[in-house]
Write a protein that binds this ligand. Structure first.
Ligand SMILES: Cc1cc2nc3c(=O)[nH]c(=O)nc-3n(C[C@H](O)[C@H](O)[C@H](O)COP(=O)(O)OP(=O)(O)OC[C@H]3O[C@@H](n4cnc5c(N)ncnc54)[C@H](O)[C@@H]3O)c2cc1C
Length: 468
């Protein structure tokens, strides 16, 4: 792939050896070993040959969380890291997407392959459902196999401009130590501490607000066919989603409007004790039985193996900048999501893939070394490409959530929307809310941004061999 840009000659990486730097030499710090932090580490290693250092607040990974969808736009990033087959083998593909009512009646069915249509993909990509924990293990194993160091149990407490050492940033760790970094990449989630430094807003939690929905999400060992179902209920006034995560397990999500602020955004993804998890699921199962839900939707609640409560919190105002100097925000740290189009994690994956390719194109003349000369141009482009894209998808996700909520509250609205869904599937072959997210190719967006620059200069980014 050839990109054009306006900067002085920056050559493509010249050597194919990765020559990983030692930990002490490593100039790049990643904050957070969530899905985005791990993908970013792999992308930097693959695209630039550099070995970042990852700091993770948790002392170890726990099998928490439930399931998630990985859409074709996210799969494109994983494919470019050589992880597509591994992820596909650990997940379950969707063949159809179906809109249903709580009594089991069907509103409309669409073929999921529509979301994977992209002329540049040699093999069309199909959305998959996967346990979040499994995806995290795949990424962690890949990171460890590259020798990328992860320091568990070490939280970044503060980031400071380093006045004594030009161009570096100082990070303060929870164990009382500190270190300098040439680049700090913050994937520290919805409650990011680094966001405070980037936005220069003092109060940490002030910018977060409840999105108005609370979600009960869980896994059950009940096989589900290859269909993702979106279900609305006028009797329970809620909406739900069911999708397979393996041939024997499924994930469910029940979304309820939040009547009052029950928690303070400190924990958006709250794990529950086994007792609370069972109580909540059994209680909901009883309520749904009374409300006339079809048994297929109630069974997973009765057989729940693991559940999580999502208190969706959004930033009060979307961020206008994700970069301050050499400190960059990615993933939920930059854009906390709402869980209605499945694009939250995909946008973080696109952030990671985009940033790594921009740094490779503009800041890497020798593999394994980061050339800081054009760093600000690379980071400016990162913001220009990513902020409008993410904002559009955040709005679309909120709109989708609002439409489903209203369908569960007004019979008249439900009737009108159902007709719109049927028309959209007829004309677009699926819901038009799903297309902008899934069909996007992050590489194309970079290419477009380079082409739009006033002066053109070819920069070669070769497609590497698939490592699988
Ligand atoms: C516990 C949990 C469970 C989840 N379960 C699901 C699920 O079942 N389904 C789903 O679709 N999505 C789930 N998500 C959300 C989903 O993983 C994210 O929305 C998406 O993957 C983007 O991830 P991220 O890496 O940007 O943020 P996150 O996944 O939130 O990861 C951020 C990481 O940074 C670490 N961290 C935070 N602060 C610091 C600090 N100061 N220093 C160092 N490290 C820090 C956190 O411990 C975490 O590992 C879950 C998130 C969490 C945190």
């Amino acid at each position: 792939m050839v990109y054009s840009n306006s900067v002085e000659a920056t050559h493509p990486p010249t050597s194919s050896s990765t020559s990983p730097s030692t930990e002490d030499d490593a100039p790049v710090v990643i904050v957070g070993a969530g899905i985005v932090g791990l993908v970013l580490a792999l992308a930097l290693h693959k695209q630039l040959g550099i070995t970042p250092i990852i700091y993770e607040k948790c002392s170890q990974f726990q099998p928490i969380g439930a399931g998630m969808s990985v859409y074709p736009n996210g799969l494109r990033v994983l494919r470019d890291l050589g992880l597509l087959k591994t992820v596909q083998n650990a997940s379950y593909p969707y063949t159809t997407r179906q809109w249903e009512r709580h009594d089991g009646s069907v509103i409309m069915t669409a073929q999921e392959e529509v979301l994977g249509r992209n002329e540049d993909d040699t093999t069309p990509l199909r959305t998959v459902g996967i346990k979040r924990w499994k995806l995290q293990i795949i990424l962690l194993s890949a990171v460890q196999s590259k020798g990328i160091p992860i320091h568990f149990g070490k939280a970044i407490q503060e980031v400071r401009e380093n006045k004594s050492s030009n161009g570096t940033v100082n990070v303060q760790l929870s164990d009382g130590t500190q270190r300098d970094a040439s680049l700090v990449l913050a994937a520290d989630g919805t409650n990011s501490v680094v966001r405070k430094y980037v936005t220069e807003i003092e109060s940490q939690n002030h910018p977060l607000k409840h999105a108005g929905t609370t979600t009960l999400m869980g896994l059950a060992s009940i096989p589900r066919n290859d269909r993702i179902s979106i279900v609305t209920s006028l009797t329970s006034q809620c909406h739900a989603v069911f999708f397979p995560v393996s041939s024997t397990e499924q994930c469910f999500q029940f979304h309820f409007p939040m009547t009052k602020e029950t928690s303070d955004c400190d924990e958006s993804w709250a794990t529950m004790t086994k007792t609370v998890e069972q109580e909540q699921c059994q209680e909901l199962a009883q309520r749904l039985t009374k409300d006339g839900w079809d048994e297929q939707y109630i069974r997973p609640l009765r057989s729940v193996s693991q559940a999580i409560q999502i208190n969706s919190c959004l930033l009060d105002q979307k961020l206008e900048k994700w970069v301050r100097g050499n400190v960059v925000l990615l993933g939920d740290a930059a854009h906390p999501p709402v869980p209605f189009t499945g694009q939250g994690a995909q946008q973080g994956l696109e952030d990671a893939g985009t940033l790594a390719l921009l740094l490779r194109a503009l800041c890497c003349s020798t593999r394994g070394k980061l050339d800081v000369q054009h760093m600000s141009q690379a980071l400016k482009l990162y913001e220009q490409i990513r902020i409008p894209r993410v904002n559009e998808l955040l709005d679309l996700s909120q709109l989708t959530g609002d439409q489903r909520r209203k369908r569960s509250q007004s019979a008249r609205y439900a009737e009108v929307r159902e007709e719109i869904i049927q028309r959209q599937v007829f004309f677009h072959e699926t819901s038009s809310n799903m297309l902008p997210g899934a069909t996007h190719d992050y590489r194309k967006a970079i290419e477009k941004a380079f082409k739009a620059l006033p002066q053109r200069m070819p920069i070669l980014i070769e497609d590497d061999e698939d490592e699988e």
